[in-house]
Write a protein that binds this ligand. Structure first.
Ligand SMILES: Cc1cc2nc3c(=O)[nH]c(=O)nc-3n(C[C@H](O)[C@H](O)[C@H](O)COP(=O)(O)OP(=O)(O)OC[C@H]3O[C@@H](n4cnc5c(N)ncnc54)[C@H](O)[C@@H]3O)c2cc1C
Length: 286
């Protein structure tokens, strides 16, 4: 049962962060509410105040700025799956967003809520890691940029301070002959393993390879041991080393045994998905 709470409706970021600072642990930001209301209904968390940020202007924008694609924290999954600018610049994110949760969650659930909740079995953080994204945290009139690899601290824990809001996600525009791909596998409601690959080709060589694994462990993470096996190699050589890279990514994924599968099983799936995502990204670079 959902207990009574007070709904605050600030009109600006300074107002919202002041409310969070004043009420501390008893208040929480409310965006789409798909996670928050669930944990409150189940009695896993109790907040006296919800700070509805949906009336703050500008947090739902998608724009190009200074070489980056900027996505406001309040942009919903559904909008990311259908927005023209995202389709043009980040087709891998469109494909990912089409497969997040179900239509009801995609319609109201926001990218900001997804990242801030830091639930391990989530998709966008993994791709954002491979794409080299950062996030803008806001408090009062101050802004700080956090590289996405420093944002996920632990399961359900982000690098945001208690009175900070996530305002925006910034993704650098992809260089020429670059592409990303994200693939996931799961048989429960949420994904069991997700792998993202970002590649830049130069001639017939892999100039840049960034690989991230999510869902297997507490937080999504880059797997540099796998990247190093592929970076700087010809495409043929890199393709021959995919088994090795997949095994290295599995070992570096920090997989844990849980309801979604054993550690060994997840590590194996990481290898399978890495091969497929690499092939997909390489095709798209061409
Ligand atoms: C049935 C179901 C299936 C799902 N399947 C998937 C899936 O397959 N893949 C996947 O990736 N995700 C999945 N999800 C998670 C879903 O993507 C998230 O529920 C959604 O994106 C959360 O956004 P929200 O706006 O509803 O967040 P809310 O529920 O409003 O907030 C979540 C948390 O983030 C905080 N928060 C929200 N916005 C901000 C902000 N701007 N700044 C600071 N803190 C903030 C809130 O205080 C709260 O603690 C699933 C969820 C459900 C319920």
């Amino acid at each position: 049962m959902l207990r009574r709470f007070r709904l605050e409706e600030p009109g600006s970021i300074p107002e919202a962060s002041a409310l969070l600072a004043r009420h501390g642990e008893t208040a929480r930001i409310y965006a789409g509410g798909t996670e928050l209301l669930l944990v409150m209904k189940e009695g896993l968390a109790r907040y006296e105040r919800l700070v509805n940020v949906k009336k703050i202007p500008g947090l739902d924008q998608i724009k190009l700025d200074n070489g980056s694609i900027c996505i406001g924290a309040l942009v919903t999954h559904r909008r990311l799956a259908t927005d023209g600018l995202i389709m043009q610049h980040l087709p891998a994110l469109v494909a990912l967003e089409k497969n997040v949760a179900n239509i009801r969650v995609r319609e109201v659930g926001t990218i900001g809520g997804n990242l801030c909740f830091a639930e391990p079995h989530a998709d966008p953080g993994t791709l954002l890691l491979a794409l080299g994204a950062s996030v803008i945290a806001a408090k009062g009139n101050d802004r700080r940029e956090i590289p996405i690899e420093k944002f996920f601290v632990d399961a359900y824990e982000s690098a945001l301070a208690d009175d900070e809001l996530l305002a925006e996600i910034r993704i650098p525009r992809l260089p020429a002959r670059s592409a990303g791909a994200y693939l996931k596998f799961g048989y429960l409601e949420r994904p069991s393993v997700g792998v993202a690959v970002f590649l830049t080709l130069e001639g017939n060589a892999v100039r840049e390879a960034r690989i991230a694994v999510g869902c297997a462990g507490p937080t999504p993470r880059r797997v540099s041991a796998a990247e190093e096996l592929l970076r700087g190699k010809s495409l043929d050589e890199a393709s021959r080393r995919l088994d090795e890279a997949g095994a290295a990514a599995g070992r570096a994924s920090d997989a844990i045994s849980d309801l979604h599968g054993s550690k060994d099983y997840k590590e194996h799936i990481v290898g399978v998905l890495l091969k497929r995502a690499f092939t997909q990204a390489a095709e798209q670079c061409r």
